[in-house]
Design a protein around this ligand. Structure first.
Ligand code: CMX
Length: 143
């Protein structure tokens, strides 16, 4: 059901400063920076081998800012990759996990995502994610 840990999400106060730090730590630059409008966060992604790190800065009235206010900077969530998020959500629900949404939504880095409440996962915010490619509209070109 779960393929692997897809990424670890880290809440940071200042994304640009954290990018520089992680560039030094990992010896690589982020492969992507992205604003996720639906979550009101700014993110960057690093890939080292099989593993990914997502840095997240809140843009105001968002989950990351709230988290940092309470706990300070640090590990915010662990994301697990699944092949079929709808099946995974149904199975998790059946097994007693509280899902934070009824339908998956589009997250950063071309993913369909759903979160599991940390109180039902030993205090860890869990993200389920499935690779998602936006279907490109075909442009019909008259011959
Ligand atoms: N990890 C562990 N515990 C967390 C947590 C986290 N990341 N965030 C909040 N909590 C704790 C709260 O401190 C609170 O603990 P106490 O009851 O002991 O005080 C508890 O979980 C539940 O808190 P809540 O009042 O029910 O909910 P909050 O308003 O604190 O929101 C959460 C928590 C997880 C429901 C909310 O942050 C959420 O919906 N998260 C999903 C969306 C998200 O995190 N988006 C940002 C990332 C987007 C991305 O990856 O692109």
């Amino acid at each position: 059901m779960i393929n692997k840990i897809e990424h670890i999400g880290i809440a940071v106060k200042d994304l640009e400063a954290a990018n520089k730090l992680y560039e030094l730590l990992l010896g690589i630059a982020p492969y992507k920076e992205e604003i996720v409008d639906s979550e009101n966060v700014k993110t960057s992604f690093f890939k080292t081998g099989e593993s990914k790190i997502e840095l997240l800065e809140g843009l105001g009235e968002d989950a990351i800012s709230k988290y940092i206010e309470k706990y300070g900077e640090g590990i915010h969530h662990i994301a697990f990759e699944v092949d079929n998020i709808y099946e995974a959500m149904a199975e998790m629900k059946e097994n007693g996990f509280k899902l934070l949404m009824d339908e998956p939504k589009k997250g950063a880095d071309n993913k369909l995502i759903c979160f599991i409440h940390p109180k039902t996962a030993n205090g860890v915010l869990v993200e389920l994610c499935q690779e998602y490619q936006e279907e490109k509209e075909e442009t019909l070109v008259e011959a």
